[in-house]
Design a protein around this ligand. Sequence first.
Ligand code: ZN
Length: 182
Amino acid sequence: MSQSTFAQAVLTPEEVWAALDVLCDPEIPVVTLREMGILREVHVRQGRVEVVITPTYSGCPAMGQIHDDILSTLRALGTQAQVTTQLAPAWTTDWMTSQARDKLRAYGIAPPAPCGRPDPARLGQSSVVMQFAHQAVAREVVPCPRCGSDDTTETSHFGSTACKSLHKCLACLEPFDYFKPY
Ligand SMILES: [Zn+2]
């Protein structure tokens, strides 16, 4: 049985990116995998799709679901894909896009402060480096995602998941999660 027996849709990398752009991080359903910096690369070689992902942290329980979501999304388009997990360089919260940070804030989660390891894919854009240098000054302050007040305090180092800590705003009195930088 030859390979051509199977009707295989041939997608361009752009089409694969567009198709996967609807997939969200299972733990933060408002932020897409692309915005999280989890989706790293898409390769199409002789009609075969390879998607490269980097887990947000080792042992992240959502990675199995992310893997399955990518495969089933591309399968629905008639394409067999392979998901490759790339562990180095390690994911850092600095890879999250500004859209991801805005969405987190709107979702009631304070976005992570920069930890000084910007996405290598975006290195060379001086504006990104400038932005990180500027934001690093305010590293210790976790502004309230609801009212924007800097008058907040950490109430528990572990929030709803291990990657978040629990804070309370002393201005509006609302508790909120902070996505810890790492
Ligand atoms: Zn507040």
